[in-house]
Design a binder for this molecule. Structure first.
Ligand code: TA6
Length: 302
């Protein structure tokens, strides 16, 4: 089905006038939610949450002005779904970074307005020709976005085959901040981590809050803690809670890496940072046939 027909059928089937509409950006279709509690935008490409704005506030999420919105390319910003591997593939050199889920075309399974004024949208992804180029296990993947005064995003994975499989994953959230040099992240004090930027170093321990003065690319292990971004410039704090996640990834590309990314403005590192609910490194997930796993991140402004 071509994009125009698909757009028409989505609006025909799911549209709630003035509350839930479907629009085109680049060659991609996205759902635009305008509720009394918040507004949001979610692209069917990658089941990619691009924006979440609590009522009376500013967008919690950051989106690059240079992002692609094209087939088989990741959107830069928002909440990329990294699955079934985090980072580079362990052996396939032509496999996409962070897995195939974020560059796949998902289906919208359901979209509803709930009595409390929140919205629940469920997107689904099944094995297809594209995924089977890299991964041959039978899976069912659903992303559920619950949009209220908070944003809850769940990645539900089920093993529907007869072979067990392992995966790593992340809800790779990009947050909008006033000035990277003036924000701090609390919540990970005392947690062990690996720094992979500027020459890897393992088994470090976080001392106090995290601040940024260089490329930062860390995997914090064995932690289910909430993180809080304290942003005096925007006069707000963003709470990043999670469940079903043992790893927390913290990233800012800083100057040199920003300049190397074609879908990232050279000075955009100043206004963003990532805090990712993940299971990666030593925290991979194994599913036996019939088992399922839920990875969730819950975002709110304070
Ligand atoms: O989350 C941190 C990270 O793994 C970094 O190493 C950096 O590569 C980032 O993800 C973005 O990856 P991408 O493939 O989206 O450019």
């Amino acid at each position: 089905m071509d994009m125009k027909r698909k757009l028409e059928s989505l609006n025909e089937f799911f549209r709630i006038p003035g509350e839930l509409e479907f629009e085109l950006r680049g060659s991609q279709i996205f759902a635009k939610i305008s509720g009394s509690l918040s507004s949001a935008e979610i692209c069917l490409h990658g089941a990619h949450v691009m924006s979440f704005v609590p009522r009376g506030g500013r967008d919690l999420l950051w989106l690059s002005s240079k992002s692609w919105f094209e087939k088989e390319k990741p959107i830069r910003g928002g909440i990329p779904v990294c699955w079934p591997w985090f980072g580079p593939h362990s052996s396939l050199k032509d496999a996409p970074s962070h897995g195939f889920a974020r560059i796949s075309e998902w289906n919208l399974k359901s979209a509803e307005c709930l009595p409390d004024g929140s919205y629940a949208l469920v997107f689904s992804l099944s094995p297809n020709d594209f995924s089977e180029k890299f991964w041959n296990f039978q899976f069912s993947l659903e992303l559920k976005a619950l949009i209220s005064s908070k944003l809850r995003v769940e990645l539900n994975c089920r093993n529907i085959g007869d072979k067990s499989f392992e995966f790593s994953a992340a809800l790779h959230s990009y947050f909008s901040v006033s000035d990277i040099s003036k924000v701090q992240i609390g919540g990970l004090d005392g947690v062990s981590y690996t720094e992979t930027a500027g020459g890897a170093s393992d088994d470090l321990i976080q001392n106090g809050a995290i601040s940024f003065s260089a490329e930062t690319d860390r995997v914090y292990r064995d932690s289910e803690a909430d993180c809080v971004i304290r942003d005096p410039g925007f006069k707000r704090a963003i709470r990043v809670a999670k469940s079903g996640s043992r790893s927390t990834v913290v990233w800012n590309p800083w100057i040199a890496k920003s300049a190397r990314m074609p879908d990232f403005g050279d000075d955009e590192y100043l206004g963003m940072l990532c805090i990712e609910a993940a299971n990666c490194g030593r925290d991979i997930v194994r599913l036996e046939p019939g088992q399922s796993h839920c990875l969730a991140t819950i975002l709110s402004a304070e």
